[in-house]
Design a protein around this ligand. Structure first.
Ligand SMILES: Nc1nc2c(ncn2[C@@H]2O[C@H](COP(=O)(O)OP(=O)(O)OP(=O)(O)O)[C@@H](O)[C@H]2O)c(=O)[nH]1
Ligand SMILES: [Mg+2]
Length: 302
């Protein structure tokens, strides 16, 4: 067994941090390591926490972490940093908020920037979750901003997906319906201290009444005030209920087929240098070549 794999399985924090950096930096060492660790995965519950910018996702993750730590559970937190125009200073806020966990070896936190990943973010998140799972974390929480397709994709890969909404969003609920509403297993109405929480709940209920899921689960709706921890225990309960009901596991095959698709896509894309893509793009735009012949050439090469 690889030395680093052995260390990770023994709970060595530094080995874990090093492996996490390999994944982030797309180092070749990551793959053989993950191959070796794979048989040790499958025990952690992967919870995706998503929702619009500023909904209180990080605050909720923080409170969930506190609660889990008080139960003696170990936690990994992957914050997919929203380097989107919506959220400027959020990262710093997260850092400060999470600092209280920094001296706690039972909490492993990593932020991953969205920028520059070109679709590889889902893979990196998957691999990071595998790593933390193998390292024996009981829970892995993945925070993403539910705005882009990448983020929806990541949320879909979790065992349980929590969608955090806030009262008074108005039309935003309509906007968010597009991708993420369908895959939410638990709805959290955060900032329930603000007016409009009941109205939002009614809207969600009427949405849910019209939608029906293949697994027969009716997503729970929980009110929270994450800022002071209210309702967080209920949110965790709802997450666990869905998980223990087997919902996540029933989805596992489907989840892995999505993951494999993602991994294959990335590997294939990696084989075409960026420059070749831009040249081909120009060739098509200027009618020097047709797109199908280019694709054909690439597929031939593989
Ligand atoms: N009133 C109220 N404010 C809250 C509550 N939960 C969080 N907040 C505040 O909402 C703001 C955003 O919270 P975050 O946890 O950073 O939200 P986020 O969804 O992680 O934000 P991004 O990661 O930037 O998308 C912070 O100022 C929090 O203090 C709540 O329950 N009630
Ligand atoms: Mg956040």
């Amino acid at each position: 067994m690889l030395e680093v794999a052995r260390k990770i399985l023994e709970g060595d924090e530094r080995a874990l941090a090093r492996a996490a950096s390999w994944i982030e930096n797309r180092r070749l060492e990551a793959e053989p390591l993950l191959q070796e660790l794979f048989p040790r995965t499958g025990h952690a519950m992967i919870v995706g926490v998503t929702g619009p910018p500023g909904a209180g996702k990080s605050t909720l993750c923080d409170q969930l972490t506190r609660l889990l730590r008080s139960e003696g559970k170990t936690v990994g937190i992957l914050a997919v940093d929203p380097s989107s125009p919506y959220t400027g200073g959020a990262i710093l806020g997260d850092r400060i908020r999470m600092q209280q966990h920094h001296s706690d070896p039972g909490v492993f936190i990593r932020s991953m920037a969205t920028r520059g990943w070109l679709g590889g973010l889902a893979r990196a998140t998957t691999e990071m979750a595998m790593l933390l799972d193998a390292a024996g974390r009981d829970l892995v929480i993945v925070e993403t901003v539910g705005v882009g397709q990448d983020e929806v994709e990541i949320a879909r890969l979790a065992d349980v997906t929590v969608l955090v909404l806030v009262p008074g969003m108005g039309d935003d609920v309509q906007a968010i319906k597009a991708g993420i509403m369908e895959i939410a297993d638990v709805f959290v109405i955060n900032k329930a201290d603000l007016p409009g929480a009941e109205k939002l709940e009614r809207e969600l209920k009427s949405y849910l009444a019209l939608s029906h899921r293949p697994d027969g689960w009716t997503p729970k709706i929980v009110h929270t005030v994450s800022a002071d921890g209210k309702g967080v225990a209920e949110a965790l309960l709802a997450v666990r209920e869905y998980y223990s009901r087997g919902g996540g596991r029933a989805r596992a095959g489907q989840i892995w087929s999505l993951r494999l698709r993602e991994m294959l896509r990335e590997r294939l894309l990696d084989r075409v240098p960026a420059e070749e893509f831009s040249n081909a793009g120009r060739d098509v735009a200027e009618h020097r070549r047709n797109p199908y012949s280019i694709l054909h050439d690439w597929l031939e090469r593989w």
